[in-house]
Design a protein around this ligand. Structure first.
Ligand code: KIV
Length: 633
């Protein structure tokens, strides 16, 4: 194992520690602010810009206001039609486009946990994966279809559509249908490229061939019994318009219910993308019988802007990912699109979604922890600094009037970082106090989970007088967002310095309780410890990334470590949806401790556990024939 890159991130910018903000006493997006009359009335509005909004969107003019509309008036799901012209479906592809980005591998269980949360968040459609990419992905999508695709959530008893991606061939479509058919509302999403550059160089097919494949494969998916088929002309942003109208018209005739328009390489500008959607709407025969969707990549940093332009031009499904993760520079981010629509609803003609924005922060944390793709501090909506007011002028403004520097309230996205209960945690605090404080953070844990966090909390409290919110966040992330334990850390002893070689002795405990001890030398204590672990676990692993940061200031800060590793055999590969090539998976792991070597070791073990879990799931899926699937029918 070799350190291929070592990154030390700046503690002052890599955590919530710099994100102090004053709590908003009268948040802009609370229910009362979204009620039509008070929101516009000068006497009750605390935000100058709200006077500039001339009219209220239709859904908000109903009794109950926009928030109530968005949470309780989700129109009944009909694949190719939406009864309310202002309703916009949110299609989340975190588990498909997001998960295929480098380093973002999630285990099947993690995907299921994320899918459950997406459902709670109110996402209309969950693209759960690309089932043909690997037997494991098929299994993961099937589990999501069986559980999340049949489980009503929230006040409106919403059950999301579960979608699987397929290239335009029968094998992919069979796999996607096999995976999603267990859901109450299953959808197959099939795609083929339509731009000249893709057709000539990637597909090596003529226009006529592409049209006929697209038409036949949409019809094939319908013929399997799938009532809901989405079609995407890949690289639509660079496709010839007339050809695009023709392909789209043909797949509508073949039974497509949603037409998704991808800006695959993130090339278009907002005005251009909006015009593309408007042109498709105006020129495609049969378009009134389907839903138009957007899928915008972020190569020029315009994914959110393009998505919003698409919605304004008539798209009624928006494809997004949590934290904007995805291929290359990512996708349009769910939180940016949803909050922008909510915040500027008046300018967007009253468009609304059914996303329960209070679950955004937890979705963001969960996805960051499971994928190892951390959010930059200045990321809109969910970045650590998104609600931080550091400069004196801003703080002064905030104290005088929240509307001076805050256009949305942290509460509305589920960010509750003020200490409502006044509980200050220290070494004398009990389980109950810890549980109450964690509840305020959005973690409702009990039983063994709470016991484990409490044990770690006590260990730290012995060494630190006062446990800050940031310490707690680090601790809970380290305990909660971990893959199933195959190996856990028993003991660790390391020595280092200028006098000789660094050495480490590590005791690991296997899931059956067996203990193994190994020692090793290395270029430093972390290297020595990782080598000792390798000699126990005995799986090939290469360290791709290593980053260590302190969550708070001071010598007694908790250190968090993130590592990314890769395996070296076929069990850690899967097929890439767009290129069709085998891609080697990488696995992230994180750890937190006051001792930086312990923190580093915890992170490495976490990544190994993830990789081992992935490999055994792959092996199990390969051995189990598709027909042996459990069915809810
Ligand atoms: O970026 C893209 O074109 C895609 C399609 C499969 C929708 O991911």
């Amino acid at each position: 194992m070799a350190f291929s890159s070592v990154v030390f991130s700046n503690p002052s910018t890599s955590s919530f520690s710099s994100a102090t903000y004053v709590r908003h006493p009268n948040p802009i997006l609370t229910r009362s602010h979204l009620l039509p009359t008070p929101w516009l009335a000068p006497s009750s509005s605390s935000h100058p810009f709200s006077f500039r909004i001339p009219t209220l969107p239709k859904p908000c003019s109903r009794a109950g206001g926009a928030l109530r509309c968005s949470l309780s008036s989700r129109p009944e799901y009909i694949p190719n039609r939406i009864s309310d012209p202002n309703y916009v479906r949110i299609f989340d592809t975190t588990l498909r486009d997001g998960e295929q980005s480098p380093g973002a591998t999630m285990t099947s269980n993690e995907k299921l946990v994320v899918a459950r949360h997406l459902s709670r968040l109110g996402v209309d459609i969950i693209e759960a994966g690309f089932p043909a990419s690997s037997p494991d992905d098929l299994d993961a999508v099937r589990s999501i279809a069986i559980e999340v695709g049949n489980q009503p959530v929230g006040e409106d008893g919403h059950v999301p559509v579960i979608c699987g991606l397929a290239r335009c061939n029968k094998k992919d479509i069979d796999a996607a249908w096999e995976a999603v058919r267990h859901a109450k509302k299953p959808r197959v999403h099939t795609f083929i490229a339509t731009s000249e550059i893709h057709m000539e160089h990637k597909l090596r097919k003529t226009r006529e061939e592409v049209v006929s494949i697209a038409r036949d494969m949409v019809a094939y998916a319908r013929s399997l019994g799938c009532p809901d088929v989405e079609f995407s002309p890949e690289d639509a942003g660079r496709s010839d318009r007339e050809f695009l109208y023709h392909v789209l018209a043909e797949v509508i005739k073949a039974g497509a219910t949603t037409l998704n328009i991808p800006d695959t390489v993130g090339y278009t500008l907002p005005s251009e993308f909006g015009q593309l959607i408007a042109d498709i709407k105006a020129n495609t025969p049969g378009i009134e019988n389907v839903i138009i969707s957007t899928h915008c990549q972020n190569d020029l940093g315009l994914a959110t802007a393009n998505t919003l332009a698409g919605a304004c031009a008539g798209a009624r499904q928006l494809e997004v990912t949590v934290n904007g993760i995805g291929e290359r520079a990512g996708n349009a981010s769910l939180e940016e699109v949803v909050i922008a629509m909510k915040c500027r609803q008046g300018l967007m003609g009253g468009l609304y979604t059914a996303i329960n924005t209070k679950h955004i922060v937890m979705a963001s944390k969960m996805v960051a922890e499971y994928t190892g793709l951390y959010v930059q501090p200045h990321k809109a909506i969910v970045g650590a600094n998104a609600f931080a007011h550091e400069s004196g002028i801003h703080q002064d403004g905030m104290l005088k009037h929240k509307g001076t520097y805050e256009i949305i309230s942290p509460d509305d996205i589920g960010l509750s970082r003020s200490n409502d209960s006044g509980i200050v945690l220290g070494k004398l605090s009990g389980r109950h106090a810890l549980k109450s404080r964690l509840m305020e953070f959005g973690y409702d844990i009990d039983g063994k989970e709470l016991d484990d966090v409490f044990k770690r909390f006590k260990e730290i409290a012995e060494k630190k007088k006062r446990i800050s919110d940031e310490d707690l966040e680090a601790l809970i992330s380290d305990e909660i967002f971990q893959p199933p334990v195959i190996w856990s850390l028993g003991e660790l002893q390391a020595t280092c310095g200028t006098l000789g070689l660094s050495t480490a002795t590590v005791k690991l405990i296997a899931s059956d309780g067996e203990e193994k001890i190994a020692c090793s030398i290395g270029t430093g204590p972390v290297d020595a410890a990782y080598k000792a672990i390798d000699s126990i676990v005995k799986v090939p692993a290469a360290l791709r990334e290593y980053a260590l940061s302190a969550v708070t200031e001071g010598i007694d800060a908790i250190a968090t470590t993130r590592v990314v590793i890769s395996g070296n055999d076929s069990d850690t590969s899967s097929t890439h949806a767009l290129t069709g090539e085998a891609m080697r998976r990488t696995f992230s792991g994180s750890g937190a401790a006051m001792d930086i070597v312990v923190s580093s070791v915890r992170a490495y073990i976490s990544a190994l556990n993830k990789m081992l879990g992935f490999v055994s799931a792959m092996k199990a899926s390969k051995e189990a024939p598709i027909s042996s699937s459990t069915s809810v029918e």
